[in-house]
Design a protein around this ligand. Structure first.
Ligand SMILES: N[C@@H](CCC(=O)N[C@@H](CS)C(=O)NCC(=O)O)C(=O)O
Length: 213
């Protein structure tokens, strides 16, 4: 096996954060773009729970996005040098908050038809409340914790992007989260975002390998 294999789906926020970590740490992978309604057999054989991203290594399978990030950083820690202990603690706390409470409410707001008896507005407001609290914690610089991009940015911006997409005009008008709006805009206009959103053809068994980054 020459390169790790990354099963990915372009618009999945978890796969996006994994691709960003791999891109920033310059770890080359064979990328296999999947569709969630037609998952490749090899991916399911490697990781029966059937979520993306999945990173297949020579002797290991990593099928949690946060673990893929940590694995990539273990070779090339492009982030830690510019963070103090408080910022590292804040990073862990906020990633956990977005993966749990923010994601819970985002799903019920954005994909309300998948659930029963959903009060869409309540879930929208819960997400907004989390963002208003985040607004107080962030830098006035280009990224959440300062002038350089960090684990916090790559981990939570894909979810904030999804929240915005659900009602763009409304999101852009919220005047209590102007710092977050600016950072999201920086993210969406970054070369990193454009690079990781490259649209690979959906992978099938006999394709010649495509590589990422
Ligand atoms: N905890 C997992 C969550 C990954 C996840 O839920 N990915 C979604 C796509 S965004 C998925 O693959 N869902 C499976 C499906 O929809 O069939 C991680 O962090 O990697």
């Amino acid at each position: 096996m020459d390169y790790p294999i990354l099963y990915s789906f372009v618009r999945c926020p978890y796969a996006m954060r994994a691709r960003m970590a791999l891109k920033l740490t310059e770890i080359k992978c064979e990328i296999r773009e999947v569709r969630l309604n037609n998952k490749p057999k090899h991916m399911i054989d490697m990781s029966p729970k059937g979520t993306v991203p999945v990173l297949v290594l020579e002797n290991n399978i990593i099928d949690e996005s946060n673990e893929i990030i940590e694995w990539a950083l273990s070779f090339n820690n492009v982030f830690d040098g510019n963070l103090d202990e408080d910022q590292k603690e804040l990073t862990s706390r906020l990633i956990e908050l977005f993966d749990s409470k923010f994601k819970y409410n985002l799903d019920r707001y954005k994909y309300a038809t998948r659930y029963e008896n959903i009060d869409i507005n309540k879930h929208k407001m819960e997400c907004l409340k989390i963002l208003i609290n985040l607004e107080d914690l962030i830098s006035k610089d280009e990224w959440f914790l300062g002038k350089s991009i960090n684990k916090l940015d790559i981990s939570i911006l894909p979810f904030i992007r999804q929240f915005r997409i659900a009602d763009t005009d409304w999101f852009d008008k919220q005047n209590q989260i102007t710092g977050i709006q600016q950072i999201l805009d920086n993210f969406l206009n970054s070369k990193l975002f454009k690079d990781i959103m490259f649209k690979y053809d959906v992978w099938t068994e006999n394709d010649i390998p495509q590589f990422f980054p």
